[in-house]
Design a protein around this ligand. Structure first.
Ligand SMILES: Nc1ncnc2c1ncn2[C@@H]1O[C@H](COP(=O)(O)OP(=O)(O)O)[C@@H](O)[C@H]1O
Ligand SMILES: [Mg+2]
Length: 242
Protein backbone atom coordinates (compact mmCIF):
# COMPACT_ATOMS: atom_id res chain seq x y z
CA UNK A 1 0.00 0.00 0.00
CA UNK A 2 2.83 2.35 0.95
CA UNK A 3 6.37 1.90 -0.23
CA UNK A 4 9.19 4.12 1.04
CA UNK A 5 12.50 3.62 -0.76
CA UNK A 6 15.82 5.24 0.06
CA UNK A 7 14.15 8.15 1.85
CA UNK A 8 16.64 10.80 2.95
CA UNK A 9 15.87 14.14 4.58
CA UNK A 10 18.58 16.68 5.36
CA UNK A 11 18.18 19.91 7.31
CA UNK A 12 21.15 21.96 6.14
CA UNK A 13 24.19 19.77 6.77
CA UNK A 14 22.34 17.50 9.22
CA UNK A 15 20.85 14.22 7.97
CA UNK A 16 17.74 13.48 10.04
CA UNK A 17 16.61 10.51 7.89
CA UNK A 18 19.20 8.48 6.01
CA UNK A 19 18.28 6.02 3.23
CA UNK A 20 15.18 4.66 4.97
CA UNK A 21 13.16 1.95 3.20
CA UNK A 22 10.06 0.10 4.39
CA UNK A 23 6.71 -1.10 3.09
CA UNK A 24 3.22 -1.09 4.54
CA UNK A 25 0.87 -3.93 3.54
CA UNK A 26 -2.87 -3.30 3.20
CA UNK A 27 -4.68 -4.08 6.46
CA UNK A 28 -1.69 -4.15 8.76
CA UNK A 29 -0.77 -2.07 11.78
CA UNK A 30 2.89 -1.16 11.45
CA UNK A 31 4.75 0.27 14.43
CA UNK A 32 7.46 2.81 13.59
CA UNK A 33 9.52 3.17 16.73
CA UNK A 34 12.87 4.50 17.89
CA UNK A 35 14.28 6.76 20.60
CA UNK A 36 13.65 10.51 20.64
CA UNK A 37 15.41 12.19 17.73
CA UNK A 38 15.74 8.99 15.67
CA UNK A 39 13.84 10.46 12.70
CA UNK A 40 10.32 9.07 13.20
CA UNK A 41 8.42 12.34 12.84
CA UNK A 42 10.63 13.47 9.97
CA UNK A 43 9.89 10.22 8.09
CA UNK A 44 6.21 10.63 8.91
CA UNK A 45 6.22 14.26 7.76
CA UNK A 46 7.89 13.35 4.46
CA UNK A 47 5.11 10.83 3.80
CA UNK A 48 2.39 13.24 4.93
CA UNK A 49 3.67 16.06 2.71
CA UNK A 50 4.93 18.44 5.40
CA UNK A 51 8.50 18.06 4.11
CA UNK A 52 9.88 17.57 0.62
CA UNK A 53 12.30 14.62 0.77
CA UNK A 54 15.95 15.32 -0.08
CA UNK A 55 16.08 11.96 -1.88
CA UNK A 56 14.10 8.77 -2.25
CA UNK A 57 10.69 7.57 -3.41
CA UNK A 58 7.37 7.43 -1.59
CA UNK A 59 4.66 5.47 -3.39
CA UNK A 60 1.07 5.17 -2.19
CA UNK A 61 -1.13 2.62 -3.96
CA UNK A 62 1.37 2.58 -6.81
CA UNK A 63 1.63 6.35 -7.40
CA UNK A 64 4.55 8.57 -6.39
CA UNK A 65 3.49 11.05 -3.68
CA UNK A 66 6.92 12.27 -2.49
CA UNK A 67 7.00 16.08 -2.53
CA UNK A 68 3.22 16.55 -2.85
CA UNK A 69 1.82 19.14 -0.42
CA UNK A 70 0.00 17.90 2.70
CA UNK A 71 -3.50 18.67 1.40
CA UNK A 72 -2.92 16.65 -1.78
CA UNK A 73 -1.55 13.71 0.22
CA UNK A 74 -4.68 13.82 2.37
CA UNK A 75 -6.93 13.92 -0.71
CA UNK A 76 -5.19 10.78 -1.98
CA UNK A 77 -6.37 8.88 1.10
CA UNK A 78 -3.72 9.31 3.82
CA UNK A 79 -4.97 10.72 7.13
CA UNK A 80 -2.66 11.84 9.90
CA UNK A 81 -2.70 12.97 13.49
CA UNK A 82 -0.35 15.54 14.97
CA UNK A 83 1.86 14.82 17.95
CA UNK A 84 0.69 18.10 19.52
CA UNK A 85 -3.10 18.53 19.14
CA UNK A 86 -4.12 22.01 18.03
CA UNK A 87 -7.91 22.09 17.54
CA UNK A 88 -9.76 25.28 16.62
CA UNK A 89 -10.58 26.42 20.14
CA UNK A 90 -13.41 28.73 19.06
CA UNK A 91 -15.30 25.91 17.31
CA UNK A 92 -17.27 22.99 18.75
CA UNK A 93 -15.94 19.42 18.60
CA UNK A 94 -18.40 18.63 15.83
CA UNK A 95 -17.38 21.72 13.82
CA UNK A 96 -13.69 20.84 14.20
CA UNK A 97 -14.26 17.37 12.81
CA UNK A 98 -16.74 18.45 10.10
CA UNK A 99 -14.13 20.91 8.77
CA UNK A 100 -11.70 17.99 8.40
CA UNK A 101 -14.36 15.98 6.58
CA UNK A 102 -15.08 18.84 4.19
CA UNK A 103 -11.59 20.08 3.35
CA UNK A 104 -9.95 16.66 3.82
CA UNK A 105 -12.06 15.38 0.94
CA UNK A 106 -11.30 18.42 -1.18
CA UNK A 107 -14.84 19.82 -0.87
CA UNK A 108 -16.15 16.96 -3.03
CA UNK A 109 -18.60 15.76 -0.38
CA UNK A 110 -21.82 17.66 0.36
CA UNK A 111 -21.87 19.60 3.63
CA UNK A 112 -24.77 17.55 4.97
CA UNK A 113 -22.73 14.35 4.49
CA UNK A 114 -19.72 15.98 6.20
CA UNK A 115 -21.74 16.55 9.38
CA UNK A 116 -22.75 12.88 9.39
CA UNK A 117 -19.16 11.77 8.78
CA UNK A 118 -18.03 14.01 11.63
CA UNK A 119 -20.61 12.44 13.98
CA UNK A 120 -19.46 8.96 12.97
CA UNK A 121 -15.80 9.85 13.55
CA UNK A 122 -16.53 11.31 16.99
CA UNK A 123 -18.59 8.25 17.91
CA UNK A 124 -15.75 5.96 16.80
CA UNK A 125 -13.32 7.60 19.23
CA UNK A 126 -15.91 7.89 22.02
CA UNK A 127 -16.37 11.68 22.10
CA UNK A 128 -19.77 13.44 22.28
CA UNK A 129 -21.45 13.88 18.89
CA UNK A 130 -23.84 16.68 19.88
CA UNK A 131 -23.50 20.10 18.17
CA UNK A 132 -22.75 22.01 21.40
CA UNK A 133 -19.74 20.46 23.18
CA UNK A 134 -16.69 22.70 22.95
CA UNK A 135 -12.99 21.92 23.37
CA UNK A 136 -13.01 23.62 26.81
CA UNK A 137 -11.56 21.46 29.52
CA UNK A 138 -10.55 18.55 27.28
CA UNK A 139 -7.67 16.61 28.86
CA UNK A 140 -4.70 15.03 27.06
CA UNK A 141 -6.55 11.80 26.30
CA UNK A 142 -9.64 13.55 24.89
CA UNK A 143 -7.48 15.86 22.75
CA UNK A 144 -5.73 12.79 21.29
CA UNK A 145 -9.14 11.31 20.52
CA UNK A 146 -10.22 14.53 18.81
CA UNK A 147 -7.01 14.41 16.75
CA UNK A 148 -7.92 10.87 15.67
CA UNK A 149 -11.51 11.88 14.85
CA UNK A 150 -10.28 14.74 12.66
CA UNK A 151 -8.00 12.34 10.77
CA UNK A 152 -10.75 9.70 10.42
CA UNK A 153 -13.25 12.25 9.13
CA UNK A 154 -11.10 12.70 6.02
CA UNK A 155 -12.04 9.05 5.18
CA UNK A 156 -8.45 7.78 4.86
CA UNK A 157 -7.43 4.31 3.68
CA UNK A 158 -4.09 4.75 5.46
CA UNK A 159 -3.83 6.42 8.87
CA UNK A 160 -0.55 7.84 10.18
CA UNK A 161 -0.71 8.25 13.97
CA UNK A 162 2.14 10.17 15.65
CA UNK A 163 2.83 9.61 19.37
CA UNK A 164 -0.74 8.72 20.31
CA UNK A 165 0.31 7.64 23.81
CA UNK A 166 2.38 10.67 24.78
CA UNK A 167 1.04 12.15 28.02
CA UNK A 168 -1.46 9.37 28.72
CA UNK A 169 -1.63 7.20 31.85
CA UNK A 170 -1.50 3.40 31.57
CA UNK A 171 -5.27 2.91 31.42
CA UNK A 172 -5.58 5.56 28.71
CA UNK A 173 -2.70 3.95 26.76
CA UNK A 174 -4.54 0.61 26.72
CA UNK A 175 -7.69 2.39 25.57
CA UNK A 176 -5.82 4.17 22.77
CA UNK A 177 -4.31 0.88 21.61
CA UNK A 178 -7.73 -0.81 21.61
CA UNK A 179 -9.13 2.12 19.65
CA UNK A 180 -6.52 1.80 16.89
CA UNK A 181 -7.33 -1.91 16.61
CA UNK A 182 -11.04 -1.12 16.36
CA UNK A 183 -10.37 1.51 13.69
CA UNK A 184 -8.56 -1.07 11.62
CA UNK A 185 -11.19 -3.75 12.14
CA UNK A 186 -14.36 -1.69 11.75
CA UNK A 187 -13.24 0.95 9.24
CA UNK A 188 -10.83 -1.23 7.29
CA UNK A 189 -8.05 1.34 7.67
CA UNK A 190 -4.36 0.46 7.48
CA UNK A 191 -2.28 2.09 10.20
CA UNK A 192 1.29 3.31 10.68
CA UNK A 193 1.69 3.98 14.38
CA UNK A 194 4.69 6.10 15.41
CA UNK A 195 5.78 5.96 19.04
CA UNK A 196 9.02 6.31 20.97
CA UNK A 197 7.97 3.95 23.76
CA UNK A 198 7.45 0.26 23.03
CA UNK A 199 5.01 -0.65 25.84
CA UNK A 200 1.47 -1.40 24.72
CA UNK A 201 2.32 -0.82 21.05
CA UNK A 202 4.19 -4.12 20.92
CA UNK A 203 1.09 -6.20 21.65
CA UNK A 204 -0.99 -4.47 18.97
CA UNK A 205 1.24 -4.08 15.90
CA UNK A 206 1.74 -6.81 13.30
CA UNK A 207 5.24 -5.64 12.49
CA UNK A 208 7.69 -3.09 13.75
CA UNK A 209 10.29 -0.91 11.99
CA UNK A 210 12.91 0.48 14.36
CA UNK A 211 14.84 3.67 13.60
CA UNK A 212 18.05 4.83 15.23
CA UNK A 213 19.95 7.96 14.17
CA UNK A 214 17.80 8.23 11.04
CA UNK A 215 18.42 4.65 9.86
CA UNK A 216 16.37 1.44 9.92
CA UNK A 217 18.01 -1.01 12.33
CA UNK A 218 15.19 -3.58 12.47
CA UNK A 219 12.15 -4.63 10.41
CA UNK A 220 10.17 -7.64 11.59
CA UNK A 221 7.90 -9.19 14.19
CA UNK A 222 7.49 -7.42 17.58
CA UNK A 223 8.60 -10.57 19.44
CA UNK A 224 11.82 -10.73 17.43
CA UNK A 225 12.44 -6.98 17.99
CA UNK A 226 12.33 -7.41 21.74
CA UNK A 227 15.24 -9.88 21.64
CA UNK A 228 17.19 -8.22 18.81
CA UNK A 229 20.65 -7.15 20.00
CA UNK A 230 20.68 -3.76 18.27
CA UNK A 231 17.14 -2.89 19.29
CA UNK A 232 17.81 -3.82 22.90
CA UNK A 233 21.03 -1.76 22.89
CA UNK A 234 19.24 1.29 21.51
CA UNK A 235 16.53 0.99 24.14
CA UNK A 236 18.76 0.07 27.09
CA UNK A 237 18.80 2.81 29.65
CA UNK A 238 15.91 4.63 28.00
CA UNK A 239 12.24 4.67 28.97
CA UNK A 240 11.49 1.78 26.61
CA UNK A 241 8.57 0.63 28.71
CA UNK A 242 7.12 4.10 29.02
N1 LIG B 1 12.85 21.16 10.97
C1 LIG B 1 14.02 20.69 11.46
N2 LIG B 1 15.17 21.39 11.34
C2 LIG B 1 16.35 20.91 11.82
N3 LIG B 1 16.47 19.73 12.47
C3 LIG B 1 15.36 18.99 12.62
C4 LIG B 1 14.08 19.42 12.13
N4 LIG B 1 13.15 18.47 12.44
C5 LIG B 1 13.82 17.51 13.10
N5 LIG B 1 15.14 17.82 13.20
C6 LIG B 1 16.18 16.98 13.82
O1 LIG B 1 16.14 15.72 13.17
C7 LIG B 1 16.31 14.66 14.12
C8 LIG B 1 15.13 13.74 14.05
O2 LIG B 1 13.98 14.42 14.57
P1 LIG B 1 12.54 13.78 14.57
O3 LIG B 1 12.25 13.21 13.25
O4 LIG B 1 11.60 14.79 15.11
O5 LIG B 1 12.74 12.59 15.62
P2 LIG B 1 11.68 11.70 16.41
O6 LIG B 1 10.32 11.99 15.91
O7 LIG B 1 12.14 10.30 16.16
O8 LIG B 1 11.84 12.06 17.86
C9 LIG B 1 16.51 15.31 15.48
O9 LIG B 1 17.89 15.41 15.73
C10 LIG B 1 15.89 16.68 15.28
O10 LIG B 1 16.49 17.64 16.13
MG1 LIG C 1 8.51 12.74 16.90
Amino acid sequence: MLSVTGLTKKFGGFTAVNDVSFKVQPGEILGLIGPNGSGKSTTFNCVAGMYVPTAGRIEFEGAEIGGLPANRVCHKGIGRTYQIPRPFRNLTLLENVALSAYFGQDGRVAREACWRQAEAALAMVGLPTDPHTTTDGLGAAALKKLELARALATQPRLLLADESLNGLDHGEMDQAADMLQRIRREMNITIVWVEHIMGVLMRVVDRVVVLDHGEVIFDGAPKAAQVDRRVVEVYLGTDAQG
